[in-house]
Design a protein around this ligand. Structure first.
Ligand code: UDP
Length: 476
């Protein structure tokens, strides 16, 4: 129940549907309007989709009424998030009633719903897990939890190699999620531990990734960690026309035609896109540094600014004086939600400043743009290392501190660094090298989802396996 999970799941529904598989989406009243446009567009293609609504027990879980999506949590983040997950676990009973009624052949459920594996087992059907992240992050997290390299360095800032993980990946202690060692003892760490254990009892995991992007880690996950997995991405590529791309997630705060018109007037590879996903919140001081840094870089840009706290929304204290007048025609500020995939895939796009949410990274890879990595929370620091140390299609902005709360990000990046990094991905030989590596990956991504491509084939294999399972269960 967060955009970064719901968006790729909706794309997955479309992919199943385009292969003739009927799907039923289970959601809650407040989340329904966020997905209904995309569902309608997919149905218009002749795809069979049913939607079932379950009441979200916000009040019973101690949440304000209507708090049914993680992005609705803006205060007391840790306490409210724990309550939020408590609320989701109360959905087991209504889900089981739905399973009784709909009799599906399989459940695909997000990692944050570990209890769905038990629910599925009661009905003798398989449960597939969707993590919404990379093979790389899953493998890194497992290696860190197993070998605890962060306990063997003498300071928070001393880099260590992640033992066992292919590729000599370096991290520091402060970049690790505090649940990485699984000894944090908090509720969220416990939930993630459950999710990890349940994965072994589930039918397997579907990844929004493609084999050629991270072959060593896809192999490691399957062969060394012994997990069953299917890579079916990039799922965003199932959206072929502009309207589909613009319908992902929330209602965009900018008219897509206006946005395209603005981009059409720009030279190829000349615009930087800055976006921190659907949850991370930067404070006014940090936004001000971005504004000054990007202006000083001399590059054209689209910058998505999303402030979480309602009272801050009205205030524009994050913009230098006269900024918008000076950047007229050169920069576009989107306050709220941008049609990200539509923007990234435009030929004018030259670089992406990203918070390293997995969807954003994959969308950036698919678009073939070099990135400035600016991880904030969750598994984003792992994703950063894939981009900078393995794929070499980006440079780190230099943040060191994993944020326990996405609404209280501590690390602060100065304007000079932002300016420097933007220039590094946009101009010069190194930028060109990164860009050409990124473009090659973008082409591979497209091939992966075409007929006989790696993701296309793995998805077919998954469906075939589910069919065999269904007929064998029916026979017994
Ligand atoms: N997104 C978007 N417009 C925005 C912000 C985000 O379309 O203004 C989409 C983005 O394309 C991606 C998802 O929201 O598909 C964000 O997921 P990600 O994993 O990158 O980050 P999260 O929001 O989960 O931190």
């Amino acid at each position: 129940m967060a955009q970064g999970h719901m968006i790729p799941i909706l794309d997955m529904v479309k992919l199943f549907g385009l292969r003739g598989v009927k799907t039923t989406i289970v959601t809650t009243p407040v989340n329904l309007p966020l997905i209904s446009k995309a569902i309608k567009r997919t149905k218009d293609l002749g795809v069979e989709i049913d939607v079932k609504i379950v009441k979200f027990p916000s009040t019973e879980a101690g949440l304000p009424k209507g708090c049914e999506n993680l992005d609705a949590i803006t205060d007391n983040e840790i306490e409210m998030t724990i309550k939020f997950f408590k609320g989701t676990s109360m959905l087991q009973e209504p889900l089981e009633l739905l399973l009784e009624e709909c009799k599906p052949d399989c459940i695909v459920a997000d990692m944050f719903f570990p209890w769905t594996t038990d629910a599925a087992a009661k009905f003798g059907i398989p449960r597939l897990v969707f993590h919404g992240t990379s093979f790389f992050a899953m493998c890194s997290s497992e290696c860190v939890a197993t070998h605890e390299p962060h306990k063997k360095v003498s300071s928070d800032s001393e880099p260590f190699l992640v033992p066992g993980l292919p590729g000599d990946i370096k991290l520091t202690r402060t970049q690790l999620p505090d649940y990485a060692g699984l000894d944090a003892g908090n509720e969220i760490a416990k939930l993630l531990k459950d999710a990890n254990e349940v994965e072994l009892k589930s039918f397997g995991v579907v990844f929004n990734s493609f084999y050629e992007l991270e072959p060593a880690y896809a192999d490691y996950y399957r062969k060394v960690m012994g997990r069953r997995a299917w890579h079916i991405g990039p799922v965003s590529l199932c959206n072929r026309d502009a309207q589909d791309k613009a319908s992902r997630g929330k209602q965009a705060s900018i008219d897509e035609h206006k946005c395209l018109k603005w981009l059409n007037a720009k030279k190829p590879n000349s615009v930087v896109y800055i976006c921190f996903g659907s949850l991370a919140c930067l404070d006014s001081a940090q936004l001000m540094e971005i504004a000054i840094g990007i202006e000083a870089s001399g590059q054209e840009f689209i910058w998505v600014v999303r402030k979480n706290k309602k009272d801050e929304e009205e205030e524009e204290d994050w913009l230098p004086e006269g900024f918008e007048k000076r950047i007229e025609g050169k920069g576009l500020i989107v306050r709220g939600w941008a049609p990200q995939v539509l923007i990234l895939e435009h030929k004018a796009m030259g670089g992406f400043v990203t918070h390293c949410g997995w969807n954003s990274i994959l969308e950036g890879v698919t678009a073939g743009v070099p990135m400035i990595t600016w991880p904030t929370f969750a598994e984003q620091f792992y994703n950063e290392k894939l981009v900078t140390q393995v794929l070499k299609i980006g440079v780190g902005v230099g943040v060191q501190q994993w944020a326990r709360q996405r609404t209280a990000i501590e690390d602060f990046v100065r304007r000079e660094r932002i300016e420097k990094r933007v220039k590094e991905i946009m101009v010069g030989d190194e930028a060109e090298e990164m860009r050409s590596r990124a473009k090659v990956l973008g082409e591979m991504a497209r091939r992966a989802v075409e007929k006989e491509g790696s993701s296309h084939s793995d998805f077919n294999a998954l469906i075939e396996e589910l069919k065999v399972l269904r007929s064998s269960t029916k026979e017994t």
